[in-house]
Design a protein around this ligand. Sequence first.
Ligand SMILES: [Cu+2]
Length: 497
Amino acid sequence: MKPKSIRSEFLRRLLLAVATMLVVPLALSAHVNSPDVYFDGQAGPYHLLVTVRPPKVVPGIAQIEIRSADAGVDEIKILPLRMVGEASKLAPTADTAQRSVADPQLFSGQLWIMARGSWKVQINVQGKRGPGELAVPMPAVSSGSASMQIALGVLLAFLGLLLCAGLVGIIGAASREADLPPGDQPAAEKKLLSRIGMAVTAAMIVVALIGANRWWDAEARANARLNYKLPQLHASLQAGNLLRLQLENPNQTELGRFGTVPPDRFVLTDLVLDHGHLMHLFLVRMPDMKSFWHLHPEQTGEGQFDVGLPSMPAGRYQIFADVVHSTGFPETQVGGIDLPAIAAGALNGDDSGIAEAVPADKVASLSGGYRMVWLRDDAPLKANQAVWFRFRVEDKVGKPAADMESYMGMAGHAAFVSNDGRIFAHVHPAGSVSMAAVNIAEGEAPPVRDMPAMQHDHPGAEVSFPYGFPRPGDYHIFVQVKRAGRVETGSFLAHVQ
Ligand SMILES: [Cu+2]
């Protein structure tokens, strides 16, 4: 697009955004009710913790916060880019992030996001050790239509009526007195003409208002159709222990200006591997949250996945199924199922879980006398605050475990789940973004096959997850690490203010 058409498009959308002011539910995509992106990564030599808060309504403003772990950063520039398609190659001018006066290692900025879809925030760092670059994926969707505040609506209606009345008055006065010399009285026919003029004007205004109202309603309906709906999967237990999942694709795509289909439309045929699997399935028994399973179903058809359940206790299970589209857009499909007690074999492959987790405040017991310690201070947890959640695995005598292995290529996996099951996030040491999306944001092709080579490194006994709880409330944190060939799950309670 030429700069001018970008500007007029911008204005159009800005007006729309302003007109549909405020009152918004939490965004849904990328995890469930936990839209903010927390990312721990390297921009060249600089270690950054990035928080991206996508707009709640698109078009809207994304808030970016960047904390540099080391001094020596001179300047940080940020810009929004589409993840895929032609638009991903057309970079707008970057904005300079503001350095905080109180904390010189903290930078913040705002970016306008003009369309729904799969975005990334491109970060460019200049500093003492040369330049550095980092791309953070950001899914942007509208989760609801904002409604106008009543007081504002009344005020605007009053002002609008005043304008209409003024227009009628002007037409009336003009046709009555425009060509009269000062001081003369209008003739009777002029008065009649004036009344006719006013009536015609009033009728035209009424017609125009009705038409405008229809146009507005049509725009609002079109807009509402594009609001992101949390996909609901259908789960059924087939013969024996076979769990079948049918995914849903409820979201329409915003067409381009000339009805063109954008490259990041939602389809179920474009899923890519995320740390080695097309789907990461989490089953949490509600409401006690003691039975927790992390499984990896196989795709058997379009949107259809099958997995053999391990032996697990009966109950009502909440289902969270994480998938990533080839556009880098992550989705969590949710569902629920009542399961009988399953008697099957052991866990296979990368599958893991725990049947009777005992949730801990700080120290969770693992097998073999080992334990997992949540290294937290006594400060209360606050909603929307980026925190590193740090855990250490210790052996029987309290020494850091020496035989840690990576689990699916990473030092650990954590699931943050609210006790009512309405909030869910699957987080890694690099943050809340999907690993596949990070690769796509960096311009690499998403992997089509499992790459087991990356799974043979040996992480230390400590693992950390950057994350922020989206709302106050009570949560469970399930932390999964691998040691001595076995996946261990620690369950922790978190109260968030
Ligand atoms: Cu994971």
